[in-house]
Design a protein around this ligand. Structure first.
Ligand SMILES: *Cc1c(COP(=O)(O)O)cnc(C)c1O
Length: 373
């Protein structure tokens, strides 16, 4: 099928209820439930139904979701938590704010996920918990050395991503999602913890509401992690369009995949059993490429191609150089590879129809020297 035929196959945008639900919140005058209002509960039901998790607890950001899930799953002050260096800094900040210490995992350059050897080194260092990050909406590498109850998933980018029949976020003790604007479904801001463990769900509910069991009854350290009804209402309306959003992103990723298969740019290839949500489409610039990464970035920008350079490894940030033991932040493969990784956008404001013209722009720029006239 050509890209044009592919684009014509795409369904029209579904009806959307963002305005209607926001107006309903204004009319109701219940702007934030205490601890949760009707739209917050609806959004939680959406996550349970879609992911198959038994419990879902809405909070006001993805990082709050990671932090509260870690604490609720039993992470203690000083525990060593293994986490890939190839992630958004928010993953690591949440680990630190939960009182734990990060151990940075180096990556495998074929998957851009933690290498098996780095996971093994983390176990040798005494890492107790593992935070797999389903980056770009691709299932993260797991390791049997970290049993299920010691795995807290950063599924911030993972809505719509399945590992076999299981939705990500249900592989470990708990999974954390983000509803910030660049994710598959946005609530403006927001987050969600999903779990099959009633006790974890109960604790996250406590943590999101100042640790209050009842008025003047306070046993655990909590915060205001409550989600407002406005954000939840917007999130519910977006959730109704989830399948359409995923189809759009997958169609754009398909166009990029077909194009890059003909180049020597490598891209992480998910397991055959994975169903990805393609929050970004990452590729690695080949070592001999005629342009240095920053020059290629400039030319892509000039051509209007939406992208950004990858996160550089979080282990290299000045803050973590000061606060993390040297033995817990050695990531030479990430240092070498990540400056060459480009993440092409797949949404949310991109339409699948635009993919063909983006690919045209790329073919002018990236074709091997021998094909260029
Ligand atoms: C977005 C994101 C977060 C943080 O989510 P917020 O809602 O911005 O707090 C954490 N980890 C990853 C991988 C993300 O993409």
């Amino acid at each position: 099928m050509t890209l044009q035929q592919e684009a014509a196959r795409m369904p029209a945008a579904p009806e959307n209820n963002e305005e209607r639900y926001l107006n309903a919140v204004v009319k109701s005058r219940l702007l934030s439930g205490f601890p949760s209002g009707p739209f917050v509960q609806k959004l939680e039901e959406c996550f349970c139904r879609y992911t198959g998790a038994e419990y879902a607890v809405a909070v006001n950001s993805g990082s709050a979701a990671i932090q509260s899930a870690l604490v609720a799953a039993g992470v203690q002050p000083g525990d060593l938590v293994a986490v890939t260096t190839h992630t958004f800094v928010g993953t690591v900040n949440a680990i630190v704010l939960a009182g734990a210490k990060p151990h940075f995992l180096d990556i495998d350059k074929r998957t851009l996920q933690p290498s098996v050897s780095s996971l093994e080194r983390a176990l040798e260092r005494g890492a107790k918990y593992y935070v797999p990050v389903h980056l770009y909406g691709m299932p993260a590498t797991m390791h049997p050395g970290f049993p299920r109850e010691r795995v807290i998933e950063d599924a911030a980018q993972g809505l719509g991503c399945f590992d076999g029949a299981r939705h990500v976020g249900t592989l470990g003790a708990a999974g954390a999602f983000s509803l910030s604007p660049s994710k598959v479904v946005s609530a403006g801001e927001g987050g969600m913890v999903i779990t099959n463990d009633a006790e974890i769900a109960r604790k996250v509910r406590l943590i999101r509401n100042h640790g209050l069991l009842a008025w003047n009854d306070h046993h655990v350290q909590g915060f205001n992690f409550r989600l407002s009804e406005f954000n939840a209402a917007y999130g519910v309306a977006q959730f109704e369009q989830l399948e359409y959003f995923l189809e759009q992103r997958r169609a754009i990723a398909d166009a990029y995949r077909a194009f890059f298969a003909e180049t020597d740019f490598s891209r992480p290839i998910p397991e055959a059993t994975a169903r990805c949500s393609w929050v970004k489409f990452p590729v690695m610039i080949p070592p001999g490429f005629r342009l240095p990464p920053d020059e290629l970035a400039r030319q892509l920008r000039d051509r209007g191609v939406p992208f950004e350079m990858s996160y550089c490894g979080v282990h290299s940030f000045a803050l973590f150089q000061q606060t993390v033991d040297e033995m817990d932040r050695s990531c030479p493969v990430a240092d070498q590879c990540l400056p060459r990784v480009i993440n092409f956008h797949t949404g949310p404001r991109l339409q699948a129809e635009q993919a063909a013209s983006l690919v045209n722009e790329l073919s002018g720029l990236l074709a091997p020297a021998s094909d260029r006239s």
